[in-house]
Write a protein that binds this ligand. Sequence first.
Ligand SMILES: *Cc1c(COP(=O)(O)O)cnc(C)c1O
Length: 458
Amino acid sequence: MNTDMFPNAPIVREIAAAKECVWFNPQLRPAEEALVSIPYTRADVDDAAKRLARFAPYIQRCFPETAADGGLIESPLTEIPHMAEYLRAINPICLPGRMFLKRDSDLAVAGSVKARGGIYEVLKHAETLALEAGLLRETDDYAKLADPEYKAFFSQYEVAVGSTGNLGLSIGIMSAALGFRVTVHMSADARQWKKDLLRSKGVCVMEYDGDYSEAVRQGRALSDADPMSYFVDDENSVDLFMGYAVAAERLERQLAAQGILVDAEHPLFVTIPCGVGGAPGGITFGLKLIYGDNVHVFYVEPVQCPCMLLGLATGLNNKISVQDVGLTGKTHADGLAVGRPSGFVGSVIRELLSGEYTIADYRLYDLMRGLLSTEQIFIEPSSCACLSAPAMLAAAPEMGAYLEAHGLSGCMGNATHVLWATGGRLVPEAVRQEYAQTHLFSTGEPLTASPETNRKRS
Ligand SMILES: *Cc1c(COP(=O)(O)O)cnc(C)c1O
């Protein structure tokens, strides 16, 4: 596809050249106006939150690590002052304000943001089956779902999913715990340890040479042919989306507990790494419902697969892929290795998202080491993309106009930055060591080989 086809979006040329860039969304509208045109409401998020509360006794029984949170799978919000100091020291400019890490990298059960949407969708499916079979009432204590007769009931059914890795982990671990048969269709980008971990839990892992969309296509075809199989459709699932959206009210409580004010003079900037869009999209929707125009949500994607940015900037949504503009779609950020965005998510967040930036792979490892040495917190490379937000945004020529337009020019000193760390806890020690020693060249050859080969070469 010739990038000159998009004269209104000069950013497309930068995207196609795999340059790091910052994009401000010209379609951003006041939250109140944008939200009324979206066919979902606060009630949908509340319904998901209530379902998670019904399942809390079950989660607590199956995963004792969640006992401290009463069976809710939630992550800490940690201020990272030393990392902030480090970022300010190595970048000529950086947005003022306090920096916090939302540590979904430490979420119980699945160790990534996928523990929100992925687990929620599996729980909802299990609930629906058990309710329909007359084996459960909504008022029951769901802890009984861990009893052998329920596992036997669920074992008649299969859950299947296509994944670059982390979604497979969350769907696989949760489904296997309930007793479902599970098949995870993994794209070529999926890291070996994720496949090994799933197989150790009795999950059937199918591997494909192609990318994420290919794994989804093949997985869906197999699942659709089996009436007892349920396919988790990451690209179009409203359930997954609502599971993610619940994160916002949890964050609201955490910010309040730390005494952090969010209003017109105290803006909240949230940056989330984006793959197909489900996780960041759901969180954005939830945050906008709560904070309206006082929250400014940005996504970050790797320079070789900024699929959501491309879909939004061209207006083509899921009708364009990164390969269409000559990008490889290959990245070390395996959790973000998606070439075509969710059309469903793109249409929901189109007027809610403030903007996006892209990041080169080599920075991910440097940021990972920076966070580890300053705060002693490990997060996986994909997650690290969010850490450069205060510097990337500050360096964008249009940032001044954005702040001006939102009446923020004088109050960025009051800003709170939430950097959403999306994965890490389950990464084995040996792989952490390998990451710690991975140094990519900032001006090296483009990443054309698979991440595995590229890592060995570097
Ligand atoms: C899946 C994932 C994301 C992004 O979620 P999408 O729903 O694919 O946009 C970000 N970071 C990590 C580590 C992930 O696994």
